[in-house]
Design a protein around this ligand. Structure first.
Ligand SMILES: NC(=O)c1ccc[n+]([C@@H]2O[C@H](COP(=O)([O-])OP(=O)(O)OC[C@H]3O[C@@H](n4cnc5c(N)ncnc54)[C@H](OP(=O)(O)O)[C@@H]3O)[C@@H](O)[C@H]2O)c1
Length: 362
């Protein structure tokens, strides 16, 4: 163990969500002068690579505190994210967890799919010396606060709006539904499985909230003023949309953006992202090939949750299980996040920052 890993505060375990990103990622790890690997070569070797520590990161809070972390890549194949490959992917995640535990990390977060593969069931792993979190509480908080801020910017009155949540029965989706119950005109909830959807609609209706559920997205998409998509599937098609619709696409791989054509008459942003105003530095510095976003110091909410727990020295399994995220916990982690200067990231889509906002965030 070297001097940096001896004081390792947090670890982030993650995966890449598209071959385009993976090719950039793998080539970014190659030394200067080494030949650039082709897309086909990368595809052939990628899934055989063991979970590996890729870089260390030093993060700065506006309070003056600093923490040290590490990013461990699982090398999960993005074409094999469905249930058929569950056992193989789970083995990769467990191997990555063993790795960060050996490195002495005090808390680890399971980014995106790496938590889905465990179905949020971190209880199985609770005997570990490293505390674990899915990071979903802060992700959900950044999504809802982002939607509130973006709605105000584009002139949508949420109290009079129909909000569609795609992936509403999931861990993050159900947290967003609970948060917005009573804050919007109507909640329109979507998922593929009927039974959990009915249960969610029933539990929210008890709170005198106007809520409807459907497994048919087309039924709801034409009525939605605002859409949050947090489904664990890419390429979801939205047949008809209202003019001026606000879309927060927060799932990985991106749920909606690729299937929407250029004629979208509305506003879309990648949700669940935060920005570290105190900044961070990578070692080695892969900032130009990995983790490159239109705005500086932008990171996923799930990874930021582990950083905040580390700043606060709260070595606990903060987000664990499914459907346990409360609005109170979202507010708690969000206010801790602000304390350390970590705010909602500037709104962007794959083309860059929202044009009208460029000046604001320049
Ligand atoms: N931005 C970030 O920082 C961040 C952080 C963590 C996670 N995420 C992403 O957020 C998403 C949700 O995570 P989670 O932990 O909440 O996952 P989860 O608990 O597995 O929930 C997924 C939800 O999506 C629904 N779903 C899946 N495919 C669908 C489809 N084709 N149409 C409609 N609904 C569909 C599922 O219900 P059915 O199976 O019944 O359809 C379920 O409601 C994932 O894509 C994850 O990668 C983003």
């Amino acid at each position: 163990m070297d001097s940096t890993t001896a004081c390792l505060d947090f670890a982030a375990i993650g995966h890449q969500d598209s071959w385009k990103n993976i090719t950039r990622f793998v080539n970014g790890l190659r030394k200067p002068g080494q030949e650039r690997l082709s897309d086909d070569t990368v595809k052939n070797i990628f899934a055989f690579l063991p979970p590996t520590e890729v870089f260390k990161v030093n993060v700065r809070s506006v309070t003056g505190a600093t923490i040290n972390g590490v990013y461990v890549e699982t090398f999960i194949d993005p074409d094999k994210l469905d249930a058929r490959f569950g056992r193989h992917n789970l083995a990769k995640v467990l191997e990555a967890l063993n790795h960060v535990e050996k490195m002495g990390s005090k808390v680890a977060t399971l980014g995106g799919f790496t938590s889905i593969v465990l179905e949020g069931n971190l209880d199985l792993l609770q005997q570990r010396r490293t505390s674990l979190t899915t990071g979903n509480t802060l992700t959900a908080a950044f999504i809802v606060k982002g939607v509130e801020e973006a709605a105000e910017l584009v002139g949508i009155d949420l109290q009079a709006a129909n909000l569609l949540i795609i992936g509403a029965t999931g861990d993050i989706g159900s947290a967003c539904a609970t948060y917005f119950a009573g804050r919007v005109e109507k909640l329109l909830l979507c998922a593929r499985k009927q039974l959990p959807l009915q249960e969610l609609v029933l539990s929210l209706s008890k709170k005198q909230v106007s809520v409807h559920g459907s497994t048919n997205i087309a039924e709801f998409s034409r009525r939605a003023d605002v859409i949050i998509s947090v489904a664990s599937s890419a390429g979801i098609r939205l047949p008809k949309l209202k003019s001026g619709v606000l879309i927060c696409d927060a799932g990985y791989p991106k749920n909606l953006e690729q299937s929407l054509d250029d004629s979208l008459d509305g506003h879309l942003f990648h949700g669940g992202m935060g920005q570290v105003s105190g900044g961070f530095s990578f070692s080695p510095d892969y900032s130009s090939s990995i983790y490159e976003y239109p705005a500086p110091f932008t990171i996923h909410g799930c990874i930021l949750e582990a950083m905040i727990l580390a700043f606060e020295q709260r070595w606990e399994n903060y987000s664990s299980g499914k459907g346990k995220i409360t609005t109170e916990k979202m507010e708690e982690i969000y206010s801790l996040s602000l304390k350390h200067g970590i705010t909602i990231a500037p709104f962007f889509d794959s083309a860059g920052c929202w044009a009208p906002l460029k000046k604001l965030y320049a």
